[in-house]
Design a protein around this ligand. Structure first.
Ligand code: KE4
Length: 454
């Protein structure tokens, strides 16, 4: 039955948005986005969700189960973001839901120590042996911010080295653009970040060991920590080249620099022990997030005992948090991590599934004469809209982001939910079956044709 009043409301709403021909098929997502922009900066609580890099309006989600998302209009999507990594077992796995429902019976938060925090710390140490002591926080940003503060407190040095294309959350020290040359100090990459902060952050290209050594030598005795994503997800998926991580390990050991692996994305995903297990490199500190919370807000930082014992109240480096180690979040995290610990075969399954997706995508691109670069490590992958190799940010920036935007929208209209930006990685969950890979590849072929007018 045609709802005249609703149509009229949508018409007025749409007309308030633009003067082009009214689209009476306005979705609930569009209406919610219009409302949201009145109350929330950009209408979203995290910038990438706004779809600005790909055009169009974001889709507002209502629920999810397994491999599928359902939006507020009842449309279903095959999910390859999985909440930007956490949902490695697919959405709403019963084992996590049951753990949360049990924990909730005991209330929500105490602000006092609990049994689960001890169990979670023990579990993290078992899965990531380089972590001798660990502190739980509420996000990846908190984890990385805290880790560099501890490294500075431990070494008594001020500077940190980060890498172009690596993202470590929105802490001031990380929102720094690379200086004009590898040796020059960084510049603020966001209003509100001061020159004072920027002067202590040095930024060098990823996969360029000589550049890292050069900046260390030029700042001898001043660098507290070197922090990187051991496998980068935040410029799109870029793997470390042969020997690169070992080279950085040796450099840090030689110069008394704390090597921090930011495994917020890669932790518990690329292997049970993350990228450090996959590549056999032992960092001094590790930051964790995403999977660690099973979908609830949990981050963590940890590492060598002599470093972590600098953290208050054991030491003098201050860090705190009202909801750190929250009973519900730790219940979810313990449930998910325990399942991963007890089922190492899942990583072979994830790698096989993701390899099928990556190989299939490469084949489609070759058949269409596009020859785009598909990078994959384990259950993370990215399709770069360039036919050149992508081993660092400069090369990633060769991608045709307009064509990527057309491809993203074409996939969305076919019910495939991808990261709404070229410079992001995709995350495969165990809920993606062979049949769903076929569904993805069918849509991929059609969307690539549509995006390139083929
Ligand atoms: P959070 O503060 O968003 O929990 O974590 C920050 C962070 C730290 N380190 C790495 C390697 C990360 O990937 C992240 C966050 N990742 C982004 C995806 N590019 C989260 C998505 C978003 O910002 O909305």
């Amino acid at each position: 039955m045609f709802n005249a009043v609703g149509a009229c409301q949508r018409y007025l709403l749409f007309m308030s948005e633009s003067l082009t021909a009214p689209d009476l098929t306005l979705t609930t997502s569009d209406a919610l986005f219009t409302r949201a922009k009145d109350h929330i900066p950009g209408g979203v609580n995290s910038p990438v969700r706004a779809f600005r890099a790909v055009g169009g309006h974001p889709v507002f989600m209502q629920s999810a189960k397994g491999a599928w998302l359902t939006d507020v209009d009842g449309n279903r999507y095959l999910d390859f973001i999985n909440s930007w990594g956490p949902m490695i077992l697919g959405h709403a796995p019963d084992l996590v839901l049951n753990a949360v429902q049990e924990a909730i019976q005991g209330s929500l938060s105490f602000g006092a120590p609990t049994r689960r925090e001890v169990e979670m710390a023990e579990l993290i140490k078992q899965m990531v042996p380089s972590i001798e002591k660990v502190r739980l926080v509420n996000s990846g940003t908190e984890a990385t911010m805290s880790a560099i503060r501890v490294a500075r407190g431990y070494t008594g040095r001020n500077k940190i080295i980060k890498f172009e294309g690596c993202y470590h959350g929105h802490g001031d020290s990380f929102l720094i653009a690379a200086g004009s040359g590898a040796l020059t100090l960084g510049a603020p990459d966001s209003p509100g970040v001061t020159e004072g902060v920027a002067q202590d952050t040095l930024t060098v290209p990823y996969n360029d060991r000589a550049a890292a050594e050069q900046v260390v030598l030029a700042n001898e005795g001043q660098v507290a920590a070197l922090i990187l994503e051991p496998v980068v997800g935040n410029m799109g998926l870029v793997a470390p080249q042969e020997g690169y991580l070992q080279g950085l390990r040796d450099l840090c050991t030689q110069h008394g620099i704390v090597l921090i692996f930011d495994e917020v994305m890669t932790g518990f995903r690329l292997a049970r022990g993350g990228a450090q297990e996959l590549y056999g490199i032992t960092p001094d500190m590790t930051t964790l997030g995403k999977i660690i919370g099973g979908g609830m807000p949990v981050g963590a930082y940890g590492g060598r005992k002599d470093i972590m014992d600098q953290v208050a109240p054991a030491g003098k480096v201050y860090q705190a948090g009202t909801l750190s180690g929250n009973p519900i979040a730790t219940a979810a995290g313990i449930a998910q991590l325990t399942y991963l610990q007890e089922h190492p075969e899942l990583y072979d399954q994830l790698n096989r599934t993701t390899t099928r997706i990556a190989d299939g995508t490469r084949q489609i691109c070759q058949e269409l004469g596009l020859n785009y670069t598909v990078n994959q490590v384990g259950s993370m992958f990215s399709v770069f809209f360039t036919d050149k190799p992508v081993t660092n940010l400069e090369e990633a920036k060769q991608s045709d982001t307009e064509a990527f935007g057309r491809y993203f929208r074409a996939m969305l209209h076919r019910g495939i939910y991808l990261a709404p930006a070229q410079y992001e990685a995709l995350f495969v969950s165990t809920a993606i079956t062979d049949e769903l890979v076929d569904t993805y590849l069918t849509a991929c072929r059609e969307a690539m044709r549509e995006a390139h007018g083929l």
